[in-house]
Design a protein around this ligand. Sequence first.
Ligand code: FMN
Length: 196
Amino acid sequence: MNEQITHLQKIIANRRTIKPDQFTGEKVNDELINQILEVANWAPTHGYTEPWRFTVFAEEGLATLGDFLARQDQPDVNAEGFNRTRFDRLRNRPLKCSHVIGIGMKRGNNPKVPEIEEICAVAMAVQNMWLMAHTLGLGAYWSTGAAAFTDEMRDFFGLEGDDRSMGLFYIGKPAMEHPKGRRLSPITEKVHWVRS
Ligand SMILES: Cc1cc2nc3c(=O)[nH]c(=O)nc-3n(C[C@H](O)[C@H](O)[C@H](O)COP(=O)(O)O)c2cc1C
């Protein structure tokens, strides 16, 4: 039992943000991605709403995503002030990954469940995915740039109306030593206990 506790603590504390620039570019088997997605589905929800929706970009889909991100940022390549370096950086980022998962929230119609609960549930699903990716030896990164929460991104993920896009989860093989984590302050500074 003690071993299990230490193991879990280590998995949680050693999970890191590893970004596409730090990936090898190698493509991993879809089977690993399915293992990552499977644990997302075990996140808790209020009322079994299970609002997480994922769009997996793989193979040529990575280029489709890159084009979308670059064009969202700078729609007109002929515009004055067009920044080619920035455009290419955004376009090429997904190509450095093995897979990229679009994170979405499907808004249900249960009036007892406010939107914030659905967003919390999706975040818990992402944490499950992140812990699994780390345990499988993969690098992962949740990105929420300017485009992350737009209607255009929501539509691009095949969602609609009150649904939301919640960013991108980049996955790849890390090309570097596992990074050390840091926190700016210990948990004791973020907790207060009430005993009476
Ligand atoms: C909801 C969410 C959104 C994030 N968005 C970004 C982002 O847009 N850009 C970025 O550099 N990091 C982003 N991150 C990653 C954090 O920067 C990272 O988790 C933090 O630096 C702590 O590092 P660690 O994950 O290695 O512990 C995001 C993390 C979360 C949970």
